[in-house]
Design a protein around this ligand. Structure first.
Ligand code: DGL
Length: 269
């Protein structure tokens, strides 16, 4: 049974790549809603409806466990999806918690009361919808006290990456980091709260400087999925992967191939 990996577009490939390396025997089915990306400028209702449609499509292919490898969907839709009730045997997980557990030095599922942690000044880079949801701050408040979060909505970065315009993406990242500096001159840590941003991780690190620890999700989510599958065995397959897109399969395949540096073939969802 394949694990579903969902994103509004190409960003979730950063999570897929890390999880495939961590779990080479697991089968994966990726769903990129490229026709509707970016999600980050959409309303919460819109994001919820698009995410639901994608999850149902993955279910048609027999997926039981879906990772929302999209912070925007995790922030704007996950709670509503879970509270709405899922059919028996179906699970949907988000990407926020592994990141926040790493930031707050917690092991998986440590639900002890919030406590002081090493970092006190955290920069959050995310899409406008993720920033507006305040989901990151909410999850953080369950686990840590005394952490000051300054959120920077990085308009335009996802669009530029989806279009393969990495020069524009770099210019936008640098201007968003400048905007963050003006609000928080000395962040200790920076969170890349969008799965597209690891594709620009070097630019974020370069713009932020060597003293800022940059937290990126892909490996954290891979480790957390490995842990989940240890506790819920039976998902081992042959290490195969499939790729679905609502966009133009040829165009999306070419971009994905460029990002992952191996041939990726998408088919129409
Ligand atoms: N990769 C998505 C995320 O993690 C991008 C959302 C968008 O399409 O704006 O938030």
């Amino acid at each position: 049974m394949a694990v579903g990996i969902f994103d509004s577009g190409l960003g979730g490939l950063t999570v897929l790549d890390a999880t495939q390396k961590r779990l080479p025997d697991v089968d994966f089915l990726y769903f990129g809603d490229n026709a509707h990306a970016p999600y980050g400028v959409r309303t919460a209702d819109d994001i919820f409806n698009l995410t639901q449609t994608a999850i149902h499509r993955l279910w048609e292919d027999g997926v039981d466990l879906t990772i929302l490898a999209c912070n925007t969907a995790s922030a704007a839709a996950l709670r509503r999806i879970q509270e709405g009730g899922l059919p028996p045997g179906k699970r949907v997980l988000g990407v926020f918690v592994p990141l926040i557990e790493a930031l707050t030095e917690r092991n998986w599922g440590d639900n002890s009361p919030p406590r002081e942690v090493a970092v006190q000044h955290v920069a959050l880079f995310a899409t406008p919808a993720t920033v507006a949801s305040r989901a990151f701050q909410r999850e953080l408040a369950f686990r840590a006290i005394g952490v000051d979060v300054e959120a920077q909505a990085c308009g335009g970065v996802v669009d530029a990456i989806e279009e393969g315009d990495m020069i524009l993406a770099e210019a936008l990242v640098r201007s968003h980091v400048d905007a963050l500096w003006r609000k928080m001159p000395k962040p200790q840590a920076a969170v890349l709260g969008c799965t597209h941003y690891p594709l620009m991780a070097d630019v974020f690190q370069d713009a932020l400087g060597p003293d800022v620890k940059v937290f990126s999700q892909a490996n954290l989510v891979a480790e957390s999925l490995a842990d989940y599958l240890r506790r819920h065995p039976g998902m081992t397959g042959q290490g195969q992967s499939g790729f679905l897109t609502t966009g133009n399969p040829r165009k999306v395949s070419d971009r994905a191939t460029q990002f992952l540096r191996r041939r990726i073939e998408f088919r129409a969802a």
